[in-house]
Design a binder for this molecule. Sequence first.
Ligand SMILES: [Zn+2]
Ligand SMILES: [Zn+2]
Length: 332
Amino acid sequence: MDLISLPPCSRRTELTAMANEQPMALSPASTSAIKISTTFLKTPVKTDQEILQNSMLEDDPNSNTILPSNELSEEHRTSLEKPARWGPRHKGAQELAKLYSNGKRTQELICVYICISLMILNLGLILRHFRLERISNVVVAAIFGILTADFGSGLVHWGADTWGSVDLPIVGKNFLRPFREHHIDPTSITRHDFIETNGDNFMVALPILGKLAWNFFTKTNAEIQQDYAISAYLFLCSIFIAMTNQIHKWSHTYWGLPKWVLFLQNHHIILPRRHHRIHHVAPHETYFCITTGWLNWPLEKIKFWSTLEAIIELSTGHKPRADDFKWAQKRT
Ligand SMILES: [Zn+2]
Ligand SMILES: [Zn+2]
C-alpha cells in the first residue's frame, strides 16, 4: 500500500499495525496454554506512541522525494518549513555526510577486496576438509556463530552510539561519524553503495579469516579434523559479522528487496524492519543488535545496556549519548 497517499491519521494507523508483531496462528487447544507466556513475551519495549513520536517514518520517503509545492498539503508544507528533525534535510546529517573522505573510501575498498578473497579461500578450505559426520557440528557452529555475531554487533553498535565523539582523532571521523549520521538520517544507508555499507564490517572480519586461513595452512590434517567445529564456528561467525551492515541496510529498505531477503526478514532469520524500528526511537538507547536481533529482547529485559552505561557513567563521569544528542540538535 502506498502510505504516502494516505492522510496522516490513516498512515499512522497503518504504521501502528506495522509496528506491532503479526498475531501468531494458534490452535484452540494451545491458545489458552500459551496465552500467558505470549502476553509476557510480547510486552512491548516501546509503545506505538513512542515509536510514532520519536522516530522517522521510513516507510514514508520523509521528503526524500520533494513534491512541487502546489501539490503539498498545508500540513506537509508547514512541516517542510520547520528545521528537519530527521532525514536528508537535517543540517547535522548533511554536515556528517560531507565528512566521508577519499581516504576512508580507500580503506573500505581495500578491506572489501581482501575480505572477499579470504572468504573464498576459507570456504574452499572448509569444504575440502568437510566430512559428512561433521554436519551436526556445523549446525551447532552456525547457531553459535550467528549468536556471537549478533552480540558483537550489539556491543560495537552500543559502544559507537553511546560513547566517544566525531571530534576524536582518526576514530571520530572514520568510524563514529556513520553512527551519528545514521540516527539523524536513517535512510542514508539505503543510498550508500556496497563498499560504503560494508567496508567497516569486512574490516572486522579480516583478522578472523586471516587467522583461520593461517591455521589451515600450518596445521596437520589430523589437527584440522580435531579443530573442525571451531574452524566452522569462526568461519560462519566472520561471515555473519561481514554481512551485518548489509542486513542492517535491508532493514531500512522499504522498496525493491528481493523475495528471499523478505522471506528471511519475515521469518526473523535476519533483522526484520519492524524489529529494528525500536532502536530508531530517540534517544536510541536499546535494541543495538543488528545481525539477527535475536538477543535484543533478552538483553533489554535484563537491562544489559542500561546497567553497563550506569557503571561507566559512575566510574568515568561521562554521560551516555552526549555526542549523539549534540548532533541531533544541529537542525539549523
Ligand atoms: Zn544506533
Ligand atoms: Zn538502523
